[in-house]
Design a protein around this ligand. Structure first.
Ligand code: BG6
Ligand code: MG
Length: 217
């Protein structure tokens, strides 16, 4: 049975993925190359410094450690500026109803995000109150696709992995969930999230009842 649901943040709860893309693309442009949509897919779910390393390898650019920290800090400042336009209305469609339904069914709710900005973002969209645990980029030592982030969340909630469902929009996040032994719901496209147990476009046409059926309850 499903006893806990663990949610990724960026691209699942809120559409910050477009802001990450804009800010990283600026970093690439400043270094003299571009970052395509498909290259950006590789960055989803990946920590800030690892994302920068991937971008630098795409551009064939090498930077000193100090310069890397400077670029990553610049990216984050730009990203947080973009995030300031966000309001509770930027919560992705159907998410609130879905979480309310989970609460009504006494299914626990946790966050599993690579972002160090997770709490700030949740506060801005007024969603902090839903989460019984938050595992974010400040707590984990191994990023997605390592299963640590979701195993920590399950442990915080005292629920065994086989009773947990993960919601993820990133390839690395689905791999993390499957590595943790959890049921993985992909948010996005089947062609990209090939390892997910099921893939849905979003929460506006997917109800908790549909999840229970998919899980086999
Ligand atoms: C993930 C995003 O949730 O968090 C990545 O999908 C991002 O794009 C990562 O790089 C780290 O986020 P932050 O906010 O700590 O830079
Ligand atoms: Mg994500």
């Amino acid at each position: 049975s499903i006893q806990a649901c663990l949610f990724d943040l960026d691209g699942v709860i809120v559409d910050t993925a477009r802001f990450h893309y804009i800010a990283w693309r600026q970093v690439a442009n400043d270094l003299g190359f571009d970052l395509s949509h498909s290259q950006n897919e590789l960055l989803k779910g990946i920590s800030r410094m690892e994302s920068l390393d991937i971008i630098l390898s795409i551009g064939g650019v090498e930077l000193s450690e100090d310069e890397k920290v400077r670029r990553a800090t610049e990216k984050n400042t730009h990203y947080l500026e973009l995030c300031q336009q966000m309001t509770p209305d930027d919560t992705l469609p159907g998410v609130r109803v879905f979480l309310d339904d989970l609460k009504a069914k006494s299914i626990k709710i946790g966050l599993g995000s690579a972002s160090k900005n997770a709490r700030v973002i949740l506060e801005r969209i007024d969603m902090l109150k839903y989460f019984e645990t938050i595992v974010d980029g400040n707590r984990i030592t191994k990023g997605k696709p390592d299963p640590q982030v979701f195993l920590m969340g399950a442990d915080d909630l005292h629920i065994a992995p086989e009773h947990c469902v993960v919601f993820e929009d990133a390839v690395a996040g689905i791999q993390s969930a499957k590595g943790a032994g959890m049921f993985a719901v992909g948010i996005g496209h089947k062609s990209i999230l090939t390892e997910a147990d099921i893939v849905v476009a979003g929460f506006d046409e997917f109800r908790v009842e549909d999840l229970l059926v998919a899980f086999g309850e």
